[in-house]
Design a protein around this ligand. Structure first.
Ligand code: ATP
Ligand code: FE
Length: 333
């Protein structure tokens, strides 16, 4: 079975062709980072305009790279949400139009289901597992019970982890997207240099809050500037990074303990962070748990994870018919 997966929930236009829910024949992507970098964040109107320009060539390229045409595709899967509505509309409507024109079954896929299942593009993981999805728009912990059953255990109450990285980068005048730049600076700094706060919230809460640590970085920079001290950017980055990672690791491990689960999976752009991967690996080793982290290209937004989630949803629920409310079958509720 060949599935064309289309993703356009934020600022990346992505498409992929997947065979039998496992073999990625192509996965192509057009990033808009350069367009949004001068604004220090994604501008929704610009994002949807660029999706419009990119969607046809990206889908063509996915088909060509896979060595097939639309006539070989058995199912079209597209992200139905959550995301920026203008961005979602481009990929979703394009996919529905293609499906209608070519008479190919169509299914709408929840973006988070894609992130939660991306690990299956590379490994076999046994259920249940606890997954942390940390990206620019999300910091959430899920209990994944099957390919189509996900329980939301915790979410961010304010900034997402990647958003905090991006905002800290902006106030330190590092380029956008800030995560990779902050983490590069952090490599040369001391993570214990500054005691930035860790927001644990209520004792048994699995929710996150990263706006406090971001404000603490801002206040620290103000104080240093007022006292005419040179900013130790490397130490600030390393200490901020440690504060974020410690909370992400601790709460994910807590979720696994609460639900008696011995496998942890990571996803979302922040999981490309090497220090985060190391911290999770150390913690899982200590706790006797197995850790799975997809390669960076499958951690960030991509079409292959949408095709994969579409494959399992289609086998479980069948085709989503044209005209059906796109949110009515959201597997995440
Ligand atoms: P969504 O939240 O809808 O998935 P997104 O565009 O934020 O959308 P991703 O591409 O998964 O999704 O993640 C991008 C985020 O990951 C950015 O905030 C970026 O700064 C962060 N990021 C990427 N690499 C690193 C890194 N090495 N360390 C920390 N953060 C990183
Ligand atoms: Fe995403």
């Amino acid at each position: 079975m060949l599935i064309l997966g289309i993703e356009s929930s934020c600022d990346d236009t992505a498409a992929a062709v997947l065979r039998d829910g496992r073999q990625v024949l192509s996965s192509v992507l057009s990033s808009q980072d350069q367009i949004h970098s001068r604004f220090g964040g994604v501008v929704p109107e610009l994002a949807s305009r660029n999706h419009l320009e990119n969607i046809t060539p990206i889908v063509q390229s996915a088909l060509e790279t896979a060595g097939c045409g639309l006539e070989n595709i058995d199912l079209i899967a597209a992200t139905q949400g959550p995301g920026l509505i203008g961005s979602l509309l481009v990929g979703f409507s394009y996919a529905k139009a293609l499906s209608f024109q070519a008479g190919i079954p169509f299914i709408g896929v929840d973006h988070m289901a894609g992130h939660l299942l991306a690990v299956f593009l590379e490994s076999d993981v046994t259920f249940p597992y606890v997954a942390l999805i940390a990206s620019g728009g999300t910091s959430s912990i899920f209990l994944v019970k099957s390919h189509t059953e996900f329980q939301h255990l915790g979410r961010t109450r304010d900034d997402a982890a990647g958003e905090a990285f991006d905002k800290v980068a902006k106030l330190l005048q590092l380029p956008y997207p800030g995560g990779p730049h902050v983490s590069k600076m952090a490599d040369a700094g001391n993570g214990q240099a500054i005691a930035f706060p860790r927001a644990w919230l209520d004792e048994d809460s699995l929710d996150f809050s990263f706006s406090g640590v971001k404000t603490a970085v801002l206040n620290h920079c103000h104080r240093e500037r007022q006292s005419d001290s040179a900013l130790q950017i490397e130490d600030i980055c390393a200490s901020f990074q440690e504060a974020v990672i410690e909370v992400l690791v601790e709460k994910t491990a807590r979720a696994a303990t609460l639900h008696n689960v011995d496998t942890i999976v990571l996803g979302g752009g922040v999981s490309s962070n090497l220090r985060l991967r190391q911290a999770f690996s150390d913690r899982c080793h200590k706790d006797g748990r197995t850790l799975h982290v997809p390669r960076p290209a499958y951690c960030t937004d991509n079409g292959a994870m949408i095709a994969l989630a579409g494959y399992y949803k289609y086998h479980q629920f069948g085709e989503m018919h044209h005209g059906e409310d796109v949110y009515s079958r959201s597997v995440l509720g």
